[in-house]
Ligand binder design. Structure first.
Ligand SMILES: Nc1nc2c(ncn2[C@@H]2O[C@H](COP(=O)(O)OP(=O)(O)OP(=O)(O)O)[C@@H](O)[C@H]2O)c(=O)[nH]1
Ligand SMILES: [Mg+2]
Length: 361
């Protein structure tokens, strides 16, 4: 498959030229400063891989490329003549931009989002002086990444009114992602820091060790716990915890390809009429598994997403893709195995700082 290069004075212009030439959905395989040995004297390039081009499309692409090259040359000549004040910063910017791009890609941020972030960074950096160029670009990247991740605090449970029922919060998700540990962290915070009456339901009680795990946490925080293994017993467990302010429901982990058993979880969540359902997605999974999980677990109608195991993640960007696919805001982050300490309210900036990394990342 042949590739087409669009060269321009800025990354934005090169990408815009590529989109003009091939449409907004064209696959951009490289975007950044012109590669050494590419023949271009300076500037940025966007390299696209058009889908099996017909002759007419190829001619149009060649013409668009020629137009972009001419435009870039004119712009470069003008820039050279005027030697603008941004010149010093401009000389350092491409190297920092390239490092940022490499970092975002290494973090598995989907390619269209990488280009979006680099575009914003490039547009915000004009006029910065050489001393501060790296810090300015990093701050712009953090801002751009943060704006990609929707967050929303989990509901803060109020004390249950005399006539009300407990606020019911369910956790669901693939196997081993940290549902039970997260539930214990949340329960401990609400019980010990806010003094709420917290009840727990282990809805995967038939699995060896599952009830015991939750009962151990319940004992530590002095909270009542009930076991359930289906719709009817979940309802009686809820009935037994009717005096609580809030009830947390732990559901069994399911493989994201196991549609029938995910449907059972959905049935259970619906039976207890959960006020909030948090889907737990781990930072340790790859982009494809996360997207499949996000799609498969849409069945349980999650209202929030918990991003777990951020401490072990090597590709935080894949989580951004999965959260955006589900269209549901993130509620909490989990950052380790310690109960209750390793739990944070979801904060898009904190997440973006982790993803973009420090200087030299
Ligand atoms: N590094 C790290 N480990 C975690 C985190 N949260 C949970 N774990 C660990 O992940 C493992 C699985 O945690 P569980 O809470 O049992 O996971 P689960 O989703 O309830 O698992 P199933 O019920 O079997 O589907 C345990 O060893 C936890 O200590 C986290 O934020 N970071
Ligand atoms: Mg569990």
């Amino acid at each position: 498959m042949s590739r087409v290069r669009y060269v321009a004075d800025t990354l934005e212009e090169a990408v815009a030229a590529a989109h003009r030439g091939h449409g907004a959905s064209v696959r951009i395989v490289r975007a950044g400063r012109c590669a050494p040995g590419s023949g271009a004297r300076s500037g940025f390039e966007a390299v696209v891989e058009p889908p099996v081009p017909c002759l007419r499309a190829r001619r149009a692409a060649r013409e668009a490329l020629a137009r972009a090259v001419v435009a870039a040359r004119i712009a470069a000549d003008e820039a050279g003549r005027t030697a603008s004040a941004a010149g010093a910063a401009g000389a350092a910017a491409p190297a920092v931009l390239a490092r940022l791009g490499a970092r975002l890609r290494a973090q598995a941020l989907p390619e269209p989002l990488v280009i979006h972030v680099l575009d914003r960074v490039a547009s915000e950096v004009r006029g910065a002086d050489l001393e501060e160029i790296e810090a300015v670009m990093r701050a712009a990247a953090v801002g751009a990444v943060a704006s990609l991740l929707p967050t929303s605090a989990a509901h803060e449970p109020f004390r249950r009114g005399a006539a009300g029922r407990p606020w019911v919060v369910a956790l669901a998700g693939p196997t081993g992602v940290g549902k039970t540990t997260t539930l214990a962290k949340v329960a401990a915070g609400w019980r010990m820091q806010r003094g709420l009456r917290v009840g727990l339901i282990a809805a995967d009680a038939f699995r060896v060790g599952a009830f015991e795990q939750l009962r151990t946490y319940a004992r530590i925080i002095d909270a009542p716990v009930r076991a359930a293994d289906g719709r009817a017993s979940a309802l009686s467990a809820l009935e037994a915890l009717a005096e609580c302010d809030v009830v947390l429901v732990d559901t069994p982990g399911r493989g994201h390809r196991d549609a029938a058993r995910i449907a059972e979880v959905a049935d259970l969540v619906e039976a207890v009429r959960a006020d909030e359902t948090h889907l737990v997605l781990p930072g340790t999974a790859g982009a494809q598994a996360l997207e499949e999980a996000s799609t498969a677990f849409a069945r349980v109608r999650p209202t929030r997403v918990v991003l777990s195991k951020l401490d072990e993640s090597e590709g935080l960007g894949a989580l951004v893709g999965a959260v955006r696919l589900g269209g549901i805001p993130a509620s909490w982050f989990t950052t380790g195995q310690e109960v209750p300490d390793d739990l944070e309210r979801a904060d898009a900036r904190a997440f973006a700082e982790r993803l973009v990394g420090g200087a030299g990342a």
